[in-house]
Ligand binder design. Structure first.
Ligand code: ADQ
Length: 432
């Protein structure tokens, strides 16, 4: 959304996967023109989808970069598929580039795209932004092709990460594994090139999200939720169904809250919204089963005929509906085991009513925790600790909630998506 908004104003091309699978391997993208903006897309073949998307991107890079070496697979065919698609995308993009253009590549699916563009003679300034964490050197080096992948990143002129922590992991790798040098002013030298490496924490359109929370649609959803809550306090989680989001640990923490602090039985309800994603990957099927078992266990143990402890919902909601639900939840529970940033944390804060704000309970392993002084910060692996934090948040006096929220919302408004985009583009436009 952030990029579309900028591209509509400046004009330009959005280029990416169409989301479709077709057996014909097209080399030229489909083009759609919306005044100054062109949307250019390519389909993937079913082999690409298996090797590149489900394979190297989502079964190797995603788990590895989220510190899940136990779930990462290393398959040469997947890696070849990844390179092939990155190269095909670069070939299809090149003819669309004009003199004076800047190229901004996003995320772990396209790390090798810039290298192929350079190989074909592209001299445009190029930036790359990684939306997920960059792992510690000891974790990254488990990837058999770690050196080729990091070298490929040095085809870009600006390499952006979510947090200083991610940037530091990258620099540590570059210095210790690649013999690179840090030159100051965010400049780094390695593999015969000098590039800018910096943190650009992504944000949301805080003003728009706050407005969503007071729309009619938001109000209707909030009213429906209030009816089922019947004056009970709501703990709300909203995540893509992904093992990085720490959902089983979160379910267990809620179970522990009911066990250790029985006064919450019949008084607090936990609502977890988690639409399914990447359902073709076995690890995602496994976590779904685990969550279904856990939610069944908690509800059968603690339900009363007039109180359901946990509501677990596997579908998407509109932005406005979500904003309405966020606004009336006493606790926003965001406890990923590892997350690049986590926009849900920021959306929860933006949607609160200044008169009666809720409490954000946030994992220390989300990028969002870096600038979140007003949140109750937890270690998601510590189930008992999260239960204690929930108890504290449920009983937090209004004055403290207001004070914490004021600190949080200031940061969410300041580090918004416009600031993210502009600060990255400023560095990219400065490239000669
Ligand atoms: P994600 O892993 O998808 O993003 P996140 O940052 O939380 O995680 O963004 C999810 C978005 O999807 C939010 O805007 C949220 O509101 C929306 N969403 C989730 N569940 C929904 C539902 N049921 N209905 C409707 N909308 C829903 C990746 C990285 C993050 C990083 C972002 C942006 O993994 O760490 O913050 O990119 O860089």
């Amino acid at each position: 959304m952030a990029l579309l908004d900028a591209l509509r104003r400046s004009g330009g091309v959005w280029f990416g996967w169409s989301g479709e699978i077709s057996e014909r391997e097209r080399r030229t993208p489909k083009l759609q023109h919306h005044s100054a903006l062109t949307v250019a897309t390519l389909d993937l073949t079913s082999d690409d989808y298996e090797d590149y998307y489900n394979g190297f991107a989502n079964s190797t890079l995603w788990p590895l970069f989220h510190y899940r070496l136990d779930l990462a697979t290393f398959d040469r065919e997947h890696y070849q598929g990844y390179l092939k698609v990155n190269q095909r995308f670069a070939h299809a993009l090149l003819p669309l580039l004009k003199a004076g253009d800047h190229v901004w590549v996003h995320d772990y699916h396209l790390m090798a795209c810039g290298e192929e563009l350079r190989r074909m003679g592209c001299t445009s300034p190029m930036g790359f932004f990684l939306h997920i964490p960059f792992p510690a050197r000891e974790v990254l080096t488990a990837l058999p092709t770690h050196d080729v992948l990091v070298r490929a990143l040095f085809s870009y002129d600006v390499i952006g990460f979510q947090t200083e922590g991610d940037r530091d992991c990258f620099l540590d790798y570059v210095v210790k594994e690649a013999g690179g040098r840090i030159l100051g002013h965010d400049r780094v030298q390695a593999y015969g090139r000098e590039v800018v490496v910096a943190a650009f924490p992504i944000g949301i359109d805080a003003g728009a999200f706050a407005r969503y929370a007071t729309t009619r649609e938001a109000g209707e959803h909030a009213a429906r939720m209030r009816r089922v809550l019947n004056d009970r306090q709501a703990i709300l989680g909203v995540d893509r169904l992904d093992y990085s989001k720490g959902l089983p640990e979160r379910f267990r923490a809620f179970e522990r809250l009911l066990a250790d602090y029985p006064e919450n039985r019949g008084r607090a309800s936990y609502i977890q919204i988690a639409p399914r994603s990447r359902s073709d990957v076995q690890d995602y099927v496994d976590i779904r089963h685990e969550l279904e078992t856990l939610s069944g266990r908690i509800n059968s143990e603690y339900s009363e005929f007039d109180w359901t402890p946990l509501r677990y919902i596997n579908r998407s909601f509109s932005r406005r509906a979500l904003a309405g639900l966020f606004r009336i939840a006493r606790i926003g529970l965001v406890t990923p085991l590892r997350d690049g940033m986590n926009l849900v944390a920021k959306e929860y804060v933006a949607a609160q009513s200044p008169r009666d704000p809720g409490v954000l309970v946030l994992s220390r392993f989300a990028g969002a925790a870096r600038h979140a002084d007003g949140a109750v910060i937890v270690n998601p692996y510590d189930v008992g600790g999260v239960a204690d934090a929930l108890q504290r948040a449920l009983n937090m006096p209004l004055a403290e909630r207001k004070e914490r929220w004021r600190t949080l919302v200031e940061g969410v408004r300041r580090d918004d998506v416009m600031a993210w985009r502009e600060s990255f583009l400023e560095r990219l436009y400065a490239v000669r």
